[in-house]
Design a protein around this ligand. Structure first.
Ligand code: ZN
Ligand code: ZN
Length: 428
C-alpha cells in the first residue's frame, strides 16, 4: 500500500484531535485530581466538627467554623438573609445555567460518645430539663458538612467552566425538625437564588463506604405527634368508684390508639402510631387527676396523614366521654413532611452514582418511616436525597448510637459524588 500523502495524514490527525477534544468537552470532567487535592482539608474539617458537636439550635461554634472555612475559598459569596445559625452561599459559574441547591445539616445529638478515636467529642451540654449530657455527631452530620465543604472547594476550582449556580445551605436543627422550616420561612427557596432543584445526602451505616443507595418517589415519612393529657377526677385508691380514673382511661386509650392503624387505616397507606411516653400518678394508692401520653405518628401520604389525625381525635374524645371524664387535651403537632425524591431527578443522580461507584455499588432502598427535615425542601422543589455508605465490613452500627463510628473513606467518595452530581445537574 502506498504511503498516505502527508497533507492527508495531517488532516486525519487534526480530525482525530478534534474528535478527542469534543469527547473530552462533552464527557464529565475527571475529578480525581481535585478530590485528592481537597481530601486532607475534608478529613480535617470532619474531625474538627466531630470533636465539637453542638445540639440543635445551639450550633454557634459550628457556624463560626464553617464560615471561616468557606471564607478561605475563592468563589462562594454569602447570600444575605435571616438564616439564624444557618449559612447560605452561592457559587456562580461563568456561564448561564440552572440554580441547584445543596443542603447539609449541622446538629449533633445528646449522646455521650463511646468511640475511642483521637478526635472524639469533647463537648457536653445541659438540656432544658437540667440534665447534663455528652454531645455527639451520632447522626453523621459532621460527614454531611465536611463533604459539602469539600464539594464546594472542588466546584470553586472549576467555576470558570461552570454553568449556572450552586447554593450551598448549612442548616441547623435538623434533629428537632425546626431548622429547615425556619430557613424556608426566611426565604432560602425564594428570591434571586431560588433553586430549580434541591439535593442532600444522608450517611448510612448499613451501606459500606464506597456504596450508595437511591430511592425513587416517597423517601421519608411525615413525622407528626401528639401530647395527650387524659383528665379524670383523682381520689383515694381504695374508693375508685368515687373517682374518674385517668390511669385506667389512658390504658384503654393506648390500646385503642394502637388499633387505629391496625383496624382503620388502609394497609396500602403505611402508618405508625407509637406511644413512647406515659406518665401519671405518684403513689400506688392515689388515683391522679391526669395522665400525660406522648406519641409519634408516621405516615407517608397526605390522605393518611389527615385521616389518622381525625381518627385519633375521635378515639380519645369518644373514650373519655364513655368514661364520664372531662374532655382530654389533645395537642397534635404536624411536623416534618414526607420527603419526595422526584423520579426523574433520582434516575439522573443514580446514573452519576453508577458511573463513579460502579453499578454493583449502587443499591435501591424502600422508604421507611423515618423522617428528615430535608423533606421540607424536596416537597417544595424537585430534588432528591441519597444515602451515602459509611459502614464498615467488620462491624454493625446504627445512627443515633454512642458507638456510631463511620468509615472516613466515605469522605473521599462523598466529595466526588456530590461534586459530580452538581456538575451533572448544572449541565441540564
Ligand atoms: Zn438523626
Ligand atoms: Zn441525620
Amino acid at each position: 500500500m502506498a504511503p498516505r500523502p502527508a497533507p492527508c495524514r495531517l488532516l486525519l490527525s487534526l480530525l482525530l484531535l478534534s474528535a478527542a477534544a469534543t469527547r473530552a468537552h462533552a464527557g464529565p470532567p475527571d475529578l480525581s485530581a481535585l478530590v485528592e487535592r481537597h481530601l486532607p482539608a475534608t478529613v480535617a474539617d470532619r474531625r474538627w466538627l466531630h470533636q465539637h458537636p453542638e445540639l440543635s439550635g445551639r450550633e454557634d461554634s459550628t457556624r463560626a467554623y464553617l464560615a471561616g472555612r468557606v471564607a478561605a475559598i475563592d468563589g462562594p459569596v454569602p447570600v444575605p438573609g435571616d438564616w439564624g445559625l444557618g449559612l447560605v452561599y452561592v457559587l456562580a459559574g461563568d456561564r448561564p445555567g440552572p440554580t441547584v441547591l445543596w443542603r447539609a445539616d449541622m446538629d449533633g445529638l445528646p449522646i455521650a460518645e463511646d468511640v475511642a478515636v483521637p478526635f472524639r467529642s469533647i463537648r457536653a451540654d445541659t438540656l432544658e430539663s437540667g440534665l447534663v449530657t455528652g454531645v455527639m455527631h451520632a447522626c453523621g452530620h459532621d460527614i454531611h458538612m465536611s463533604v459539602a465543604l469539600g464539594a464546594l472547594r472542588i466546584l470553586a476550582d472549576l467555576r470558570r467552566e461552570l454553568r449556572g449556580r450552586v447554593v450551598f445551605v448549612f442548616q441547623p436543627a435538623e434533629e428537632t425538625g425546626a431548622g429547615a422550616e425556619a430557613m424556608i420561612a426566611a426565604g432560602v427557596l425564594a428570591g434571586p437564588f431560588a433553586p430549580d432543584r434541591v439535593f442532600a445526602l444522608h450517611d448510612h451505616p448499613t451501606l459500606l463506604a464506597g456504596q450508595a443507595a437511591v430511592c425513587s418517589g416517597p423517601a421519608t415519612a411525615n413525622v407528626d405527634g401528639f401530647r395527650l393529657t387524659v383528665r379524670g377526677t383523682g381520689g383515694h385508691g381504695a374508693y375508685p368508684h368515687r373517682t374518674v380514673d385517668p390511669v385506667s382511661l389512658a390504658a384503654r386509650m393506648v390500646l385503642a390508639l394502637n388499633d387505629v392503624v391496625a383496624r382503620e387505616v388502609d394497609p396500602d397507606h403505611p402508618a405508625v402510631v407509637s406511644i413512647g411516653s406515659i406518665h401519671g400518678g405518684a403513689k400506688s394508692n392515689v388515683i391522679p387527676d391526669e395522665v400525660v401520653v406522648e406519641a409519634t405518628v408516621r405516615t407517608r401520604d397526605a390522605e393518611a396523614r389527615a385521616a389518622i389525625q381525625a381518627k385519633i381525635e375521635r378515639t380519645v374524645h369518644g373514650l373519655a366521654a364513655a368514661a364520664g371524664a372531662p374532655a382530654p387535651l389533645l395537642e397534635y403537632q404536624l411536623g416534618t413532611p414526607a420527603g419526595y425524591n422526584d423520579p426523574a431527578v433520582a434516575s439522573e443522580v443514580e446514573a452519576v452514582l453508577r458511573r463513579i461507584l460502579g453499578p454493583e455499588n449502587v443499591l435501591t432502598y424502600l422508604p421507611g418511616m423515618g423522617g428528615e427535615d430535608f423533606g421540607r425542601f424536596s416537597c417544595e422543589v424537585p430534588g432528591m436525597q441519597f444515602r451515602l455508605g459509611v459502614g464498615r465490613p467488620d462491624r454493625a452500627m446504627s445512627l443515633h448510637s454512642a458507638s456510631f463510628d463511620p468509615d472516613e473513606r466515605s469522605l473521599e467518595v462523598g466529595i466526588e459524588l456530590v461534586a459530580a452530581i452538581l456538575l451533572d445537574q448544572l449541565e441540564r
